[in-house]
Write a protein that binds this ligand. Structure first.
Ligand SMILES: NC(=O)c1ccc[n+]([C@@H]2O[C@H](COP(=O)([O-])OP(=O)(O)OC[C@H]3O[C@@H](n4cnc5c(N)ncnc54)[C@H](O)[C@@H]3O)[C@@H](O)[C@H]2O)c1
Length: 258
């Protein structure tokens, strides 16, 4: 039985109802987890209002701003968890960013600042959030991040994000090795292409989705709910022997050679 009752789960990366993190939060809630939600704050507070309205039915017991490029916000997020929950069991890292200009054209034209920003937000943040979570995972834990095939193979226009995903996937392995002795498991889900705010920035995303629909063994791409179900499984005791892995939730596309 998949049961997350009594588990405290921090979910990052919800921007709207298309976000993969939204699919994950719903499935964790369904399995009984107690949720904390973070959002990326903006000057006018629009994201706060939008995400608060969306997640209200899941009754999160924590709702906090957390820009992963802002050290103070990361610190106050984990201080709030320590104060309110004392213990953290689950961390969902479901965020990424690259400048739109860097998601098409020649990879050799990537600027130093664009490269740095993409790697900082999309890969380094996993190390940072995991490091902050570790002392709070006193009863063991599960950390799950989201990656894409473009971190392993060349996918047109994915460019600098592919390099960030390669770094992210290797970070998963090093973190799993570091944290295993504390019974903290670290895994990645490699999702097939889904239309979201972030993926819309990648040139030709609709063509990628159509290609997958024609070629993948299941002849379709996947949904946020399917990714959410796998995340809930990875966070549960049913996955107690799995760590350091990249699990493909992509309708089988990854096995195809042509
Ligand atoms: N959509 C896809 O096709 C697909 C496929 C495989 C993997 N992924 C990965 O899934 C994850 C979620 O993306 P999504 O597709 O749901 O898109 P999304 O736009 O809904 O989510 C991306 C999130 O990243 C957050 N974010 C960006 N910069 C941030 C920062 N500095 N601090 C904190 N949060 C920040 C945004 O606020 C947003 O909530 C990403 O890692 C993405 O690479 C997406």
């Amino acid at each position: 039985m998949l049961d997350l009752t009594g588990k405290n789960a921090l979910v990052t990366g919800i921007a709207n109802n298309r976000s993969i993190a939204w699919g994950i939060a719903q499935q964790l809630h369904k399995a009984g987890a107690n949720l904390g939600i973070t959002y990326l704050p903006d000057e006018r507070g629009r994201m706060e209002t939008k995400v608060a309205d969306l997640v209200a039915p899941l009754n999160p017991s924590l709702f906090l701003p957390c820009d992963v490029q802002n050290e103070a916000q990361i610190q106050s997020t984990f201080e709030a968890i320590a104060e309110k929950w004392e213990r953290l069991d689950i961390l969902i890292h479901c965020l990424a960013f690259a400048n739109k200009d860097d998601l098409s054209g020649d990879i050799s034209s990537t600027s130093r600042s664009g490269y740095g920003k993409a790697l900082d937000i999309s890969a380094y943040s996993l190390l940072q959030l995991s490091g902050a979570a570790k002392p709070l995972m006193t009863a063991g834990g599960s950390i799950v991040t989201l990656t894409y095939l473009g971190g392993v193979r060349v996918i047109p226009n994915y460019n600098v994000m592919g390099i960030a995903k390669a770094a992210l996937e290797m970070s998963v392995r090093y973190l799993a090795s570091e944290m295993g002795s504390q019974n903290i498991r670290v895994n990645a889900i490699s999702a097939g292409p889904i239309r979201t705010l972030a993926s819309s920035a990648v040139g030709g995303i609709l063509d990628m989705i159509h290609h997958v629909e024609q070629v993948a063994p299941l002849r379709r791409t996947v949904t946020q709910t399917e990714v959410g179900n796998t995340a809930a499984f990875l966070c549960s005791d049913l996955a107690s022997g799995i760590t350091g892995q990249v699990i493909y939730v992509d309708a089988g596309y990854e096995i195809m050679g042509m």
